[in-house]
Design a protein around this ligand. Structure first.
Ligand code: NAD
Ligand code: TDX
Length: 337
C-alpha cells in the first residue's frame, strides 16, 4: 500500500484526482485533508467516500498539530499538496488568506514531511508563477519566475520553498506547473463554469478587458494522469511543466459555449479589466513528454463538450453552490464592472 496524504482533495482538481485514481488503484491508501472552504465540497467525492482505502479529515494544513497527527496515524509516505486558495480575483479582493494557506500551510506540510521522512512530496504549482508572455514563446521549466498577482506570488513562494527543502535538506520534492484546467466539479467562479452557467441561465457573460487574453487549457483528467506519473517516476528536485497545447483567447471559448448552448452572443458583456491581468500563458511540456512519456489523452474539442454537458446534467450541484455565500461574492465582484 502507498499511503498518500492528498490535501485540498474536496476541491476541483483534488476531487477529480481522488475519484479517478481510486477507480484504478487499489494499492493506494488516500487520506484527504481539506478545510472545506467555500471551494471544498464533499459531494464531489461521492464515488470515493465508501472505499476502504479512502479517509477524509476536515482540517487546515496550517494546523501543525493536526498535520503531525495525520502523518503519524496513517504512516504517510507520500504527499500531494493541492490545498490552496486558488482564485486570482479573490486574491485581489483580499490577499491575506492566500499567504496564510498557500505559504504558511505549505511550510507546515514541508516541515512535517521532513520530520516523518516521506518518500515523495509533490507540490502542485501553476504556470502562473512564470508571469505573462507576449504574443510569442512558451514557458519552459527554466523560465524565471515572475508572478504578478497575490495568488501567483503565494504559489511561487510555495513552489520555491518546496525546491529549497530538497536543496537544503534532501527532502524528495517534485514540483508540477500546470496550465488552466477545466472539467467537472470546477467551482463556478472560474471562467469556463461561470460562462456555462450564465449562458444556461441567460445572464450576461462578463468578459474582462478586450477578451483577447490567452490561456492554455488542459482537461483535468490529463493533469491528474500527469500528477500520478510524476509521483511515481518524477526525479526529485525537478520541476515538470504540464500542458496540452490548447492556447485560446477567452472570447473564443465564450463564443463556443454560447454556440453549443444555443444562446445569443448578445449576452456577452465587456467589463472592466482584471487589475494586473496576465496577457498570455502557454506551456512547453516537452520535458514531461520526453522524460516521463506523458501525453494528453483528451482533445479540447471533445473534452469541452463533455464538460458543458456535465454542467447541463448536474444543475443540482451548481445550483446549491450559487445560492448562498457564493452569491454574495458574485455580486461584489461584478457590481462595479
Ligand atoms: P479549488 O479552489 O477548487 O480547491 C482548493 C481546495 O483546497 C478546496 O477543497 C479547499 O477547501 C481546500 N483548502 C483551501 N485552504 C485550505 C487549507 N488551509 N487547508 C486545507 N484545505 C484547504 O482549487 P483547484 O482549482 O482544485 O486547484 C488545486 C491546486 O491546483 C491549487 O494548488 C492550485 O493552485 C493548483 N492549480 C490549479 C489550476 C487550475 O486551473 N484550477 C491550474 C494549475 C494549478
Ligand atoms: O468573469 C471572468 N471573466 C473573464 O474574462 C473570469 C472569472 C475570468 N475571465 C478571464 C480572466 C482570465 O484571462 O478568463 C481567464 C481565466 O480566468 P480564471 O478562470 O480566473 O483563471 P486564471 O486567472 O487564468 O487562473 C487559473 O489558472 C491557473 C486558476 O484559477 C488558477 O488556480 C491556476 O493556477
Amino acid at each position: 500500500m502507498k499511503n498518500i496524504l492528498v490535501t485540498g482533495g474536496a476541491g476541483f482538481i483534488g476531487s477529480n484526482f481522488i475519484n479517478h485514481t481510486l477507480k484504478e488503484r487499489d494499492d493506494y491508501f488516500i487520506v484527504n485533508l481539506d478545510k472545506l472552504t467555500y471551494a471544498g465540497n464533499l459531494e464531489n467525492l461521492k464515488p470515493s467516500q465508501d472505499k476502504r482505502n479512502y479517509r477524509f479529515v476536515k482540517g487546515d494544513i496550517v494546523n501543525s498539530e493536526l498535520v503531525n497527527f495525520i502523518f503519524e496515524k496513517y504512516r504517510i509516505k507520500y504527499v500531494i499538496n493541492f490545498a490552496a486558495e486558488s482564485h486570482v480575483d479573490r486574491s485581489i479582493l483580499g490577499s491575506e488568506i492566500f499567504y496564510r494557506t498557500n505559504v504558511i500551510g505549505t511550510n507546515v506540510l514541508l516541515e512535517t514531511a521532513r520530520k516523518f521522512e516521506v518518500e515523495k512530496f509533490l507540490q502542485v504549482s501553476t504556470d502562473e508563477v512564470y508571469g505573462s508572455l507576449g504574443s510569442s514563446g512558451f514557458f519552459t521549466e527554466s523560465t524565471p519566475l515572475s508572478p504578478n498577482s497575490p495568488y501567483s506570488s503565494s504559489k511561487a513562494a510555495a513552489d520555491m520553498m518546496a525546491l529549497s527543502f530538497h536543496h537544503t535538506f534532501g527532502l524528495p520534492v517534485v514540483v508540477t506547473r500546470c496550465s488552466n484546467n477545466y472539467g467537472s466539479y470546477q467551482f463556478p467562479e472560474k471562467l469556463i463554469p461561470l460562462m456555462i452557467i450564465n449562458s444556461l441561465k441567460g445572464k450576461p457573460l462578463p468578459v474582462y478587458g478586450d477578451g483577447l487574453n490567452v490561456r492554455d487549457w488542459i482537461y483535468v483528467i490529463d493533469h491528474n494522469n500527469a500528477i500520478n506519473l510524476v509521483l511515481e517516476k518524477g526525479v526529485c528536485g525537478e520541476v515538470y511543466n504540464i500542458g496540452a497545447g490548447n492556447e485560446m483567447p477567452n472570447i473564443q471559448i465564450i463564443k463556443l459555449i454560447l454556440n453549443y448552448i444555443k444562446k445569443s452572443e448578445d449576452l456577452i458583456q465587456y467589463v472592466k479589466d482584471r487589475p494586473g491581468h496576465d496577457r498570455r500563458y502557454a506551456i512547453d511540456s516537452s520535458k514531461i513528454q520526453s522524460q516521463l512519456n506523458w501525453r494528453p489523452e483528451f482533445s479540447f474539442e471533445d473534452a469541452i463538450i463533455k464538460t458543458i454537458d456535465w454542467y447541463i446534467e448536474n444543475k443540482n450541484w451548481w445550483e446549491r453552490i450559487i445560492s448562498g455565500e457564493y452569491e454574495k461574492y458574485y455580486n461584489s465582484q461584478y457590481k462595479n464592472r
